[in-house]
Design a protein around this ligand. Sequence first.
Ligand code: UTP
Length: 286
Amino acid sequence: MTIKTAVIPAAGLGTRFLPVTKSVPKELLPILDKPMLQYVVEEAAEAGIERVIVVISEGKESIASYFQPQPALEQRLSDSGAADLADKVKQASELAQVSFVIQDQPLGLGHAVLTAEEAVGGEPFVVILPDDIIAHTPGVVAQMLEVHQKRGSSVVAVEPMPWEVIHNYGVVDATALEDRVYQVHRLVEKPVREQAPSNLTIVGRYILPPEIFSCLRRTPPGARGEIQLTDGLGILLEDHEILAYEFLGTRYDGGTPLGLLRASLEFALAREDTREAARALLKSLQ
Ligand code: UTP
């Protein structure tokens, strides 16, 4: 069955971006001229996803406004001869059918996904974290859907990371099945280096069956009262196969100011319309 639905959790507090996240949602912070959230909706749309459910919280309504058409602004830009800008304004609202659900408290990523249960409606779906920006064509969601279509299992995206930083990540205990595809035996959240079963860290892209919702309901909250998606996946693993997929692409950590800065610089160097100016800028800083 082809997957048509994506859930994008965007209801977190974004404390690593304070003070800006007092009033601007982290997910709307830009890489150059586009919010991180739009990059991931584009990645979903490119993979054939038609329905995007964004999980937001009270106070993050600007995320919903961003996806509303703005006919007055479009008309004004077209009338003044700026058709290219009018197209840019239109883009976000035309990518997919975007709807919103409210997570009433920031009780963790697992809880955010659970909030989308009714909207998802009993089908397999994709989860995409908007602060994990991954540059590659085809995008990571498209790559993972190919693995899912071939094997019919759940899939989590993984990236090998240096052993020194493993304690910051969720890690899989897995054996290789074929190029880039692993069978997951166990998931371990933030292991100490000596106990880490591998250096394959879980990254913000998941293909999940609807059974994940009952698993998340059975997932006990962790230390900070948060329900972790990794813990829910551990329960899912009891009677479902989960594959890990080592994606092709470069990942940027848009969850921190310096990660976002790095993404902005590298995207500016990669984009034709900004490349020269970005090179000159970097040169002037050396
Ligand atoms: P993070 O773990 O980066 O948390 O969430 P955060 O709250 O956004 O940021 P920090 O750690 O305080 O700086 C990863 C994704 O999951 C969403 C976030 O919005 C982000 O897109 N999330 C997290 C929720 O939707 N709800 C939650 O309760 C927690």
